[in-house]
Each structure stands twice: as C-alpha cells, then as structure tokens.
Design a protein around this ligand. Sequence first.
Ligand code: SF4
Length: 236
Amino acid sequence: MIKGYIDSIETMGLVDGPGVRFVVFLKGCKLRCLFCHNPETWTRANATEITSEELIKRIHKYHSYYQDGGVTFSGGEPLLQPEFLIDMLKKCKMINLHTALDTSGVGIGNYEEILKYTDLVILDVKAYTEKEYNHITRFEDNMEEFNKFLEVCQKLNKPLWIRQVIVPGINDTKEYIIGLKEYLKGIKNIEKIELLPYHELGESKYEKLNIPYILKGTKAMDQEKLKELEKILKED
Ligand code: SF4
C-alpha cells in the first residue's frame, strides 16, 4: 500500500491543464518562494494521509467528467512524493485519463519514471538566472535540480505549459520579460506561456503560521502593466 500526504483536492479544476480536472494538491515543498500563497503546503503538518487505491477510487467516481480533461497533481511540490506520484499516474493512465503535473521541477529524482506516465508538464519558472532564482526561492541548491528536471522533460519530449509569476519591484520590467523570452526560445515543446500576477491573498496565512512575510507591503500586480508585459512576450 502506497501512502500519499495531501493538502486538498479540487474536483472541478479548470485552470491546471486542459478541460475539467481532478486536482490533487500534495504536501511538501522545499522552495519557499517569496510570493508563495500556500505556505501551509510547505510541510506535511496537518496532511491528509491517503493510499493510492483510495484516491483512484475517488477519481473513478467522477470519471465521466474528466473524459476531455483529466487529473492534475499539484502542490506544494508533487515531485517530493515520487513513489505515490508514480503509482497514481500509472493508475490514471490505466483508466485512460490525461495526466498533468503542476511543478516547480524541484523534487528528489526518479524523473524519467514520473514523466513516462505524465502527458503534460505545467512548469513554474521561478526565474531564468541563478541570481534571481536564489533571491525568489531561498533554496540553496541554485537551479541545479530544476535544470535536471527540465532536461528530462526535453529528452522525453514532454509538452510544456510555462508559468511565471510577475512580482512588482522584482521582475515586472520589460528587460526581464525580454530575457525570459530569450531563455524560453532555448526550450522545445512549449505549448503555452502564462504570466501570473502576484497577489497578496496569501499574506494572512503567514500570520497564522507565524512565518515572516518578506513581501509585506508589496502591492498586487497591476493588470494593465501585466497586459503590456504579455504583449512584449508575444511580439516577434
Ligand atoms: S514552489 Fe509553489 S508551493 Fe513551493 S514555495 Fe514556491 S510557490 Fe509555494
């Protein structure tokens, strides 16, 4: 019996992959991104323990809803529970469901096996230089693990949806977006690129968890400015 530690489940997810999706948010993440709005997922505290058999039964119950959608594993960081994740992905494929992984690319290995059963990778690019990556994530491993994961995605030709959070005062500049565009040109199989606006909605969670909120005072990303940056990203 393989057990997973999950934070929550969404049965009608519409943004984390194509179509209507069953989304599983797994517990645990090492990155500690400055803008994270789910700090409660960083550790396994208050996790719901569930076996892969139990979880696939729940997914199966709603199977007909997901015919044009599928199942997405998100977090936290799903790559930190490789055994459970692989078992779940295999079980989803056995019942012909599309599988997606919403990830920062920083796990603990076994990426080839995980990706064998993954149809789509939604990859959160935190930054494209080590300096910015280390500033945003406060993770001492630089971009090494992220690059390792991306390499396997490229080797296995996995379709990618790229996501980048835009934070005022950190990466909301034309120069940053031009650099991002250049960086992404070197990556194949990108089907979609999304710029996500920073918002302050997670701030109250930090207070409750007694974790200092480093971005305190940073305003939500201006929608008009975000549109301008999206335009720059799409220009030829
Ligand atoms: S990778 Fe995601 S869950 Fe982990 S700290 Fe960053 S934003 Fe939060």
